[in-house]
Design a protein around this ligand. Structure first.
Ligand code: ADP
Length: 402
């Protein structure tokens, strides 16, 4: 590659059986390399990657390969012949789902920080252990670079008690940390900042409602650049209706399932996290494209799933006028928010009483990575802003470059 490099950050996002990676320019956001190792721990473990917009490359990994072996492949095979890029690496940024109340900003990873991430495992029992596997492997392999943790929960640490507390005995919070933490913080932070730029004002002067709608979905009330409320709770199950998660329900459903139906608690967990939401109502798919296709074909259950998704989302958005008082813009992001013009159109019409009026042409134009204002002149403002969590992680990590 005859490209010249200023600075680059290796961004890692480790799941229990996957490792997503990217090499990002923290100044411009350019992604030099993106890739994914999948099926880790299984015989069919494999890795795929792409430099810029070049063709995707793919290779099997050793049967049962783990996070360490995936990173070794990255270093020895994928990085081979990319000296200019590897020499430009200044830091490794690790996405971490849960930082509890311990972390409210990017942290240089030390043994103490690893211990803190371990302490938060009860709040993210699948994610945090996987992040630790990746962090430990990467710290060994790339020991010459600073490693930085960027937490999904950190941005929401500015929420006041009135929004983060549950109305349960306060000793459950004081002694066991039972409170609302939220998620998708890097995405909400990024799109709120971009919205301020589009409004031509400093972030400190802008109030926005950000809707991150992907397979998981959450809302955030951002006042003067700070999160003051969000829809996810102690786990990502609370709040909006999602792909397979139920969002807000009466907790008594749990008692009914256990007492009347004889479900085990693991079964209840599975029903509410993996069999509910769009999948549960449609009986077909958790994928929003499938829901809208069903809607067009006259499938009644898909139509109901679509209506519920939009209705509950619009009601939740309306509730954020209370903490914000004045709302300068509503922002849609995430796979559904960035692409589904029918969803945006429906939600804006449900919010007509708050002054929103869609500009149909602009709504149609804002898709597939293209953002912009989607409301008519004189309307309350709604933007589509493609999110860029990798860039936030790269910038957070580059700040620790030596
Ligand atoms: P994740 O939360 O896993 O990062 P994404 O942000 O990629 O997920 O969002 C995935 C969701 O976006 C899926 O429900 C998918 O159907 C939806 N989506 C992607 N493209 C479109 C589209 N063109 N129209 C409607 N929904 C879309």
């Amino acid at each position: 590659m005859d490209k010249t490099f200023e600075q680059a950050v290796l961004v890692l996002n480790c799941g229990s059986s996957s490792l997503k990676f990217a090499v990002v320019d923290p100044a411009t956001g350019e992604q030099y390399l993106t890739g994914l190792a999948e099926a880790l721990g299984l015989p069919e473990a494999e890795i795929s990657w792409r430099f810029g917009s070049a063709d995707k490359q793919k290779s099997p990994l050793a049967s049962g390969a783990d996070h360490t072996q995936a990173l070794q492949f990255l270093e020895e095979v994928v990085f081979k012949g990319q000296e200019a890029m590897t020499q430009a690496l200044v830091a490794v940024g690790h996405r971490v789902v849960h930082g509890g109340e311990l972390f409210s900003q990017p942290e240089l990873i030390t043994d103490e920080v690893e211990a803190g991430i371990e302490k938060c495992i009860p709040f993210a029992p699948l994610h945090n252990p996987a992040h630790l596997l990746g962090i430990r492997a990467a710290r060994r392999l790339f020991s010459h670079l600073p490693h930085v943790a960027i937490f999904d929960t950190a941005f929401h640490q500015t929420m006041p008690p009135a929004s983060f507390m549950y109305a349960i005995p306060s000793k459950l919070y004081k002694e066991h940390g039972m409170r609302r933490y939220g998620a998708h913080g890097t995405s909400h932070y990024y799109v709120a900042g971009e919205a301020a730029k589009l409004l031509g004002k400093p972030a400190e002067e802008v109030n926005v409602i950000t809707a991150h709608l992907g397979n998981g979905g959450s809302l955030c009330a951002v006042k003067g650049g700070k999160s003051i409320d969000t829809s996810m709770g102690i786990t990502p199950l609370e709040g909006l209706m999602m792909g397979t998660r139920c969002g807000n329900v009466d907790p008594s459903l749990v008692f009914f399932m256990v007492d009347e139906l004889g479900y085990s608690l693991d079964q209840v967990k599975d029903v509410l996290n993996k069999q509910s939401g769009l999948l549960g109502i449609s009986g077909k798919t958790s994928d929003f494209r499938g829901i809208t296709q069903g809607l067009e074909e006259g499938d009644e259950q898909c139509a109901l799933a679509f209506d519920m998704f939009c209705y509950r989302l619009a009601k939740f958005i309306a509730s954020y006028y209370v903490p914000l008082g004045r709302v300068d813009a509503l922002v849609f992001t995430g796979g559904i928010g960035e692409n589904s013009l029918v969803m945006r159109s429906k939600v804006l019409s449900l919010l007509a009483g708050f002054g929103y009026q869609e500009d149909a042409q602009a709504n149609e134009a804002a898709r597939f990575g293209q953002g912009g204002l989607i409301t008519a002149e004189g309307s309350a403002k709604a933007f589509v802003i493609p999110t860029n969590e990798e860039l936030v992680i790269a910038r957070g990590a580059a700040a620790f470059a030596g």
